[in-house]
Design a protein around this ligand. Structure first.
Ligand code: FAD
Ligand code: EPU
Length: 337
């Protein structure tokens, strides 16, 4: 196995942070992972990298960074209604979405164009436009770094929540996800209630609903409001949308009648963090090369040469001002390293 030292991660994270890994290696199959474990005495503390689209590096990675490049898309089981597809962690998520659309497998068309790779999709239960990965997730194979053993996790084992899973909580940094199996449907149940999907389908003149049309609508909406990391460094939503009690929401509504909130379950309301941040005056704000995107206040951006500390400090300022104005605490969604 080839282990590089002092390896640049600049092109491997979508914020474009100019940081280095003390050691770096990539692997294309579980056997290579075992070899890596044999040759590196830092393996048990290594960090796994996918597409680097949900990470803010605030400093160099003073450890072994391994990039999971396991490929392959394989149908492992099929019945009248469903198809079970096992996918390598290194496959690009959007390519898998496109594969499903071409083959008529429904369930992830609303998740088109989310950056990153398959391996990270269950990490934070990726979601968009009314669908989350937990809705189509069947199982995954993950390698325990210290026990040197592969485990299978089924849906209930992953304890999925809003941008949460067991891999971000009690099993944080313990597992390397190598393959994920999704259960997709041959009989689509279209989900177009969320956001601007219906409107976008009308604009595009789509008369017939299909998974292809829905994906096209989602792609159009996302392209219009989210910055392309190839052009402006970012990691999508920097914060989660906060959940507060309905009593607090009612109180806030008296003072801020336009506040955006959606009931999530009895007694709990989810607020739009983008709205809160915009109301505090941050939308379009720029300090050096660190900024808050002019079209989506929830997305912090690197216009070129900002470093991770600068982006992090900006996020601190935003957190504080949102708390001061609304007494609501934002939680970062991006992994800070
Ligand atoms: P990385 O950033 O490489 O890693 C993320 C975390 O997972 C790290 O802690 C890493 O160590 C860990 N990890 C990665 N791969 C593995 C593995 N194989 N085994 C174990 N741990 C692993 N997210 C959404 O949910 N919805 C959206 O709509 C959305 N929109 C976005 C839009 C833009 C423009 C951008 C830049 C990001 C957006 N994101 C969104 C966030 C991001 O795309 C997802 O979190 C994605 O799943 C990250 O994948 P990745 O491969 O880049 O993970
Ligand atoms: N809003 C504002 N100002 C802003 C941004 C948003 O007022 O600057 C308001 C909008 O007007 C709307 C509401 O906030 O009423 C929600 O905005 P939007 O539909 O753009 O979605 P979001 O809540 O900002 C979430 C996810 C996105 C996901 C979209 C679509 C989180 C943290 N973010 O964003 O996921 O793509 O919904 O489902 O849940 C990500 O996780 O990285 C991500 C991009």
């Amino acid at each position: 196995m080839n282990i590089h030292t002092n390896y640049s991660l600049k092109s491997l994270n979508t914020f474009g942070m100019d940081v280095y890994a003390r050691q770096f290696a990539s692997f294309e199959n579980p056997e290579q992972l075992l070899q890596l474990q044999e040759v590196s005495n830092e393996f048990s503390k290594c960090m796994v990298l996918g597409g680097g689209s949900n990470i803010l590096f605030t400093k160099n990675a003073d450890r072994l960074v391994i990039k999971n490049e396991i490929r392959g898309i394989e149908i492992v089981k099929e019945d009248g209604d469903d198809v079970y597809i096992k996918v390598g962690a290194g496959v690009v998520w959007h390519q898998f979405v496109m594969y499903c659309i071409e083959n008529g497998f429904a369930g992830i068309e609303n998740l088109a164009l989310i950056p990153g790779n398959i391996g990270a999709s269950p990490m934070q239960n990726i979601g968009a436009y009314g669908v989350e990965i937990k809705d189509v997730f069947y199982s995954l194979e993950a390698y325990h770094k210290q026990e040197a053993k592969t485990y299978i996790f089924y849906n209930k084992d992953c304890e999925f929540g809003y941008r949460e899973s067991v891999f971000k909580k009690k099993y944080k940094d313990q597992f390397i996800i190598n393959r994920v199996t999704y259960k997709l449907s041959k009989k689509p149940a279209y989900n177009i209630e969320y956001g601007a999907i219906k409107q976008q389908l009308e604009i595009m003149g789509c008369k017939d609903l299909s998974i292809k049309n829905i994906a096209a609508a989602v792609i159009a909406i996302r392209t219009a409001k989210l910055p392309d990391p190839k052009k402006i460094g970012n990691a999508g939503s920097f914060f989660k949308n906060p959940e507060i009690s309905d009593t607090q929401f009612e109180q806030l509504k008296k003072e801020f009648p336009n506040m955006v909130g959606y009931p999530v379950k009895p007694g709990l309301v989810k607020l739009a963090a983008g709205w809160l941040i915009e109301q505090c005056g941050w939308k379009g704000y720029r300090e050096g090369d660190a900024g808050c995107h002019p079209l989506q206040a929830l997305v912090l951006v690197n216009y070129g040469n900002a470093n991770g500390q600068e982006i992090f400090l900006l996020s601190e300022k935003i957190l504080k001002s949102v708390f001061q104005k609304f007494q609501v605490t934002l939680e970062r969604e991006v992994n800070i390293l």
